[in-house]
Design a protein around this ligand. Structure first.
Ligand code: IMP
Ligand code: MG
Length: 183
């Protein structure tokens, strides 16, 4: 019978914790407050990018005090590596009507900006009343963003990060903290 060790490919190790669970929890609570305070009218739609933002979203919505609906969108650009291919594939596009609604795109991390730009351009064609971006992490290395994120959890180092939803080749998403991979 194959053991867990047989099936598990060799994975890099987490070299260092960059944001621990308590630090993340405190900042996500603040962000939820910032998002809640920013809007005063209209229908709010939180549109989260899967899979990376699943844990962030789950914590964020528990602190949001405005009525809102949840939708998901799925984009992929990385494959199994640690650098963006630059080609962003849309794997799932929500059918919900966004026209006339206040949309907040929930992202895990902005790196090259390719994913965000692709999604923003697509969503703008749906005529939302407003479109803002809320990202947990912003590496601040994207050469050009169509829309700057209004809500940012942390300005992140340019290292490849894993945990709290972020993956390396689909691993490490479950970690309750965010760490830097050994290089
Ligand atoms: P971008 O298109 O290069 O801005 O990258 C955006 C997407 O790539 C994110 O939504 C993540 O899924 C993934 N990504 C970018 N940087 C990292 C990282 O440091 N760790 C894990 N995933 C990342
Ligand atoms: Mg990813």
């Amino acid at each position: 019978m194959p053991t867990e060790t047989d099936r598990t490919p060799a994975l890099p190790r987490v070299a260092e914790v960059v944001y621990d669970a308590e630090t993340i929890a405190a900042r996500v609570r603040e962000l939820a407050g910032e998002v809640s305070a920013y809007y005063d009218a209209g229908e709010l739609v939180l549109l989260a990018t899967l899979k990376g933002s699943f844990m962030f979203l789950a914590d964020l919505v528990r602190g949001i005090t405005r009525p809102h609906q949840l939708e998901f969108i799925v984009a992929a650009s990385y494959g199994a590596g640690t650098t963006s291919s630059g080609h962003v594939r849309l794997l799932y596009d929500p059918q919900a009507v966004l026209e006339g609604r206040h949309v907040v795109l929930i992202e895990d991390i902005v790196d090259s900006g390719a994913t965000l730009n692709r999604l923003v351009r697509l969503l703008q064609t749906r005529d939302p009343a407003s479109l803002e971006i809320c990202t947990l992490l912003h590496k601040r290395i994207a050469p050009q963003l169509v829309v700057e994120p209004r809500f940012v959890g942390f300005d992140a180092p340019s290292d490849f990060l894993v945990g709290y939803g972020l993956d390396f080749a689909e691993h490490f998403r479950h970690l309750p903290f965010i760490g830097r991979l050994e290089t």
